[in-house]
Write a protein of this length. Structure first.
Length: 214
Protein backbone atom coordinates (compact mmCIF):
# COMPACT_ATOMS: atom_id res chain seq x y z
CA UNK A 1 0.00 0.00 0.00
CA UNK A 2 1.25 3.55 -0.69
CA UNK A 3 2.30 5.80 2.19
CA UNK A 4 -0.01 8.80 2.33
CA UNK A 5 2.56 11.40 3.23
CA UNK A 6 2.96 13.86 0.38
CA UNK A 7 0.59 16.58 -0.78
CA UNK A 8 1.93 17.73 -4.14
CA UNK A 9 0.83 20.79 -5.98
CA UNK A 10 -1.54 20.11 -8.87
CA UNK A 11 -0.56 21.23 -12.33
CA UNK A 12 -1.53 20.73 -15.94
CA UNK A 13 0.72 18.85 -18.31
CA UNK A 14 1.96 19.92 -21.72
CA UNK A 15 1.60 17.49 -24.59
CA UNK A 16 4.61 15.19 -24.42
CA UNK A 17 6.70 14.60 -27.53
CA UNK A 18 6.66 10.91 -28.43
CA UNK A 19 4.11 10.05 -25.75
CA UNK A 20 1.64 7.29 -26.71
CA UNK A 21 -1.67 8.89 -25.77
CA UNK A 22 -3.60 5.88 -27.10
CA UNK A 23 -1.62 3.35 -25.07
CA UNK A 24 -3.67 1.05 -22.85
CA UNK A 25 -0.75 0.94 -20.40
CA UNK A 26 -0.69 4.67 -19.66
CA UNK A 27 -2.58 6.52 -16.94
CA UNK A 28 -3.68 10.11 -16.56
CA UNK A 29 -4.58 12.08 -13.44
CA UNK A 30 -7.78 14.01 -14.14
CA UNK A 31 -9.56 16.69 -12.13
CA UNK A 32 -13.14 17.58 -13.00
CA UNK A 33 -14.68 20.60 -11.26
CA UNK A 34 -18.37 21.39 -10.87
CA UNK A 35 -19.84 24.40 -12.64
CA UNK A 36 -19.27 27.53 -10.51
CA UNK A 37 -17.70 25.17 -7.94
CA UNK A 38 -21.10 24.48 -6.46
CA UNK A 39 -20.89 21.79 -3.72
CA UNK A 40 -23.59 19.64 -5.28
CA UNK A 41 -21.89 16.37 -4.33
CA UNK A 42 -22.46 17.29 -0.70
CA UNK A 43 -25.80 15.64 -1.44
CA UNK A 44 -24.99 12.02 -0.67
CA UNK A 45 -27.64 10.65 -3.04
CA UNK A 46 -26.15 12.51 -5.99
CA UNK A 47 -22.60 11.60 -4.95
CA UNK A 48 -23.41 7.89 -4.79
CA UNK A 49 -25.27 8.00 -8.11
CA UNK A 50 -22.33 9.67 -9.86
CA UNK A 51 -19.87 7.13 -8.47
CA UNK A 52 -22.21 4.30 -9.46
CA UNK A 53 -22.01 5.68 -13.01
CA UNK A 54 -18.19 5.81 -12.79
CA UNK A 55 -18.06 2.18 -11.64
CA UNK A 56 -20.75 0.92 -14.01
CA UNK A 57 -20.08 -1.65 -16.72
CA UNK A 58 -20.94 1.03 -19.27
CA UNK A 59 -17.97 3.10 -18.08
CA UNK A 60 -15.49 0.41 -17.09
CA UNK A 61 -15.82 -1.45 -20.40
CA UNK A 62 -13.87 1.37 -22.05
CA UNK A 63 -12.19 3.29 -19.23
CA UNK A 64 -9.61 1.80 -16.87
CA UNK A 65 -10.22 3.43 -13.47
CA UNK A 66 -7.42 2.92 -10.93
CA UNK A 67 -8.31 5.46 -8.23
CA UNK A 68 -10.72 8.27 -7.45
CA UNK A 69 -11.97 10.59 -4.77
CA UNK A 70 -15.13 12.64 -5.04
CA UNK A 71 -15.22 15.92 -3.11
CA UNK A 72 -18.30 18.16 -2.81
CA UNK A 73 -17.26 20.31 -5.78
CA UNK A 74 -14.78 18.22 -7.77
CA UNK A 75 -13.66 14.74 -8.77
CA UNK A 76 -10.07 13.46 -8.85
CA UNK A 77 -9.61 10.46 -11.11
CA UNK A 78 -6.67 8.25 -12.10
CA UNK A 79 -7.68 6.55 -15.33
CA UNK A 80 -6.67 5.24 -18.73
CA UNK A 81 -8.18 3.54 -21.76
CA UNK A 82 -8.85 -0.17 -22.33
CA UNK A 83 -8.74 -0.16 -26.14
CA UNK A 84 -6.09 1.55 -28.33
CA UNK A 85 -8.77 3.05 -30.55
CA UNK A 86 -10.40 4.76 -27.56
CA UNK A 87 -9.81 8.38 -26.62
CA UNK A 88 -9.74 9.32 -22.94
CA UNK A 89 -11.08 12.83 -23.57
CA UNK A 90 -14.05 11.33 -25.41
CA UNK A 91 -14.71 8.89 -22.58
CA UNK A 92 -14.59 11.71 -20.03
CA UNK A 93 -17.05 13.63 -22.20
CA UNK A 94 -19.44 10.71 -22.18
CA UNK A 95 -19.13 10.38 -18.41
CA UNK A 96 -19.88 14.08 -18.01
CA UNK A 97 -22.95 13.69 -20.21
CA UNK A 98 -24.27 10.64 -18.29
CA UNK A 99 -23.72 12.27 -14.90
CA UNK A 100 -25.31 15.53 -15.99
CA UNK A 101 -28.51 13.62 -16.73
CA UNK A 102 -28.27 12.05 -13.27
CA UNK A 103 -27.78 15.53 -11.81
CA UNK A 104 -30.87 16.86 -13.61
CA UNK A 105 -33.04 14.07 -12.21
CA UNK A 106 -31.72 14.54 -8.68
CA UNK A 107 -32.08 18.33 -8.94
CA UNK A 108 -35.77 17.97 -9.75
CA UNK A 109 -36.22 15.82 -6.65
CA UNK A 110 -34.40 18.32 -4.46
CA UNK A 111 -36.29 21.34 -5.80
CA UNK A 112 -39.61 19.57 -5.29
CA UNK A 113 -38.84 18.36 -1.77
CA UNK A 114 -36.61 21.33 -0.77
CA UNK A 115 -34.38 18.76 0.93
CA UNK A 116 -30.69 17.99 0.36
CA UNK A 117 -29.45 14.62 1.69
CA UNK A 118 -26.47 15.61 3.85
CA UNK A 119 -24.37 13.23 5.99
CA UNK A 120 -25.38 12.98 9.66
CA UNK A 121 -23.91 15.50 12.09
CA UNK A 122 -23.53 12.87 14.79
CA UNK A 123 -23.61 9.08 14.93
CA UNK A 124 -24.13 6.43 17.57
CA UNK A 125 -20.97 4.66 18.66
CA UNK A 126 -20.48 0.91 18.33
CA UNK A 127 -19.25 -1.33 21.13
CA UNK A 128 -15.48 -1.59 21.55
CA UNK A 129 -15.11 -5.02 19.92
CA UNK A 130 -17.05 -4.02 16.80
CA UNK A 131 -15.19 -0.72 16.63
CA UNK A 132 -11.80 -2.48 16.64
CA UNK A 133 -12.93 -4.83 13.86
CA UNK A 134 -14.22 -2.00 11.72
CA UNK A 135 -11.10 0.11 12.23
CA UNK A 136 -8.86 -2.83 11.36
CA UNK A 137 -10.77 -3.44 8.12
CA UNK A 138 -10.68 0.26 7.23
CA UNK A 139 -6.96 0.61 7.83
CA UNK A 140 -6.32 -2.38 5.58
CA UNK A 141 -8.66 -0.94 2.92
CA UNK A 142 -10.84 -4.07 3.23
CA UNK A 143 -13.94 -2.01 4.04
CA UNK A 144 -15.44 1.34 3.11
CA UNK A 145 -17.69 3.47 5.27
CA UNK A 146 -21.10 4.54 3.96
CA UNK A 147 -21.74 8.31 4.03
CA UNK A 148 -24.92 7.72 6.06
CA UNK A 149 -22.93 6.31 9.02
CA UNK A 150 -20.07 8.78 9.31
CA UNK A 151 -20.04 12.36 10.56
CA UNK A 152 -17.98 14.26 8.01
CA UNK A 153 -16.47 17.41 9.51
CA UNK A 154 -16.60 20.80 7.75
CA UNK A 155 -19.00 19.36 5.17
CA UNK A 156 -20.57 22.07 2.98
CA UNK A 157 -24.19 22.88 3.79
CA UNK A 158 -25.49 22.50 0.25
CA UNK A 159 -28.88 24.11 -0.31
CA UNK A 160 -31.62 23.59 -2.92
CA UNK A 161 -30.46 26.80 -4.60
CA UNK A 162 -27.23 25.04 -5.61
CA UNK A 163 -29.30 22.72 -7.83
CA UNK A 164 -31.05 25.32 -9.99
CA UNK A 165 -28.26 25.59 -12.59
CA UNK A 166 -28.33 23.59 -15.82
CA UNK A 167 -24.67 22.59 -15.96
CA UNK A 168 -23.06 20.07 -13.62
CA UNK A 169 -19.43 20.30 -14.75
CA UNK A 170 -17.11 23.01 -15.95
CA UNK A 171 -16.49 22.75 -19.70
CA UNK A 172 -12.80 21.86 -19.41
CA UNK A 173 -11.04 19.42 -17.12
CA UNK A 174 -7.45 19.35 -15.90
CA UNK A 175 -5.20 16.43 -16.84
CA UNK A 176 -1.69 15.32 -15.99
CA UNK A 177 0.06 12.46 -17.74
CA UNK A 178 1.64 9.95 -15.34
CA UNK A 179 5.35 9.80 -16.27
CA UNK A 180 6.80 7.14 -13.98
CA UNK A 181 6.32 5.20 -10.74
CA UNK A 182 7.27 8.15 -8.54
CA UNK A 183 4.77 10.33 -10.36
CA UNK A 184 2.12 7.64 -9.92
CA UNK A 185 2.85 7.42 -6.19
CA UNK A 186 2.57 11.17 -5.77
CA UNK A 187 -0.78 11.26 -7.52
CA UNK A 188 -2.13 8.31 -5.55
CA UNK A 189 -1.05 10.08 -2.35
CA UNK A 190 -2.74 13.25 -3.53
CA UNK A 191 -6.01 11.46 -4.23
CA UNK A 192 -5.95 9.69 -0.86
CA UNK A 193 -5.04 12.76 1.19
CA UNK A 194 -7.34 15.27 -0.51
CA UNK A 195 -10.31 14.69 1.85
CA UNK A 196 -7.96 14.84 4.86
CA UNK A 197 -6.49 18.18 3.84
CA UNK A 198 -10.01 19.45 3.20
CA UNK A 199 -10.79 18.64 6.83
CA UNK A 200 -13.58 16.14 6.18
CA UNK A 201 -11.87 13.16 7.87
CA UNK A 202 -8.79 12.54 9.99
CA UNK A 203 -7.54 9.57 7.96
CA UNK A 204 -7.93 8.82 4.24
CA UNK A 205 -9.42 5.39 4.96
CA UNK A 206 -12.41 7.00 6.67
CA UNK A 207 -13.59 8.95 3.62
CA UNK A 208 -16.53 7.18 1.94
CA UNK A 209 -15.96 8.49 -1.59
CA UNK A 210 -12.37 7.34 -2.16
CA UNK A 211 -11.40 4.02 -3.74
CA UNK A 212 -8.40 2.27 -5.32
CA UNK A 213 -9.04 -0.40 -7.92
CA UNK A 214 -6.92 -3.08 -9.56
Amino acid sequence: MPQFTSYPRRYNSLRLVGYEYNSIFKLCAITMVTDLRRPVFADIKLAKSVLSCLLSEQTLTYMRVRAFTLLPDHLHLLAGIREPESNLSTLIGRFKSYTTQIYWARSREILQSRHVALPPKCISGSDSIETRRVLSALLDWRATLCPEVIALKNWPAAKPGHFTKKHLWQTHFFDHVIRNDDDLRRNVDYIAMNPVHAGYVTRPEFYPYTAFLE
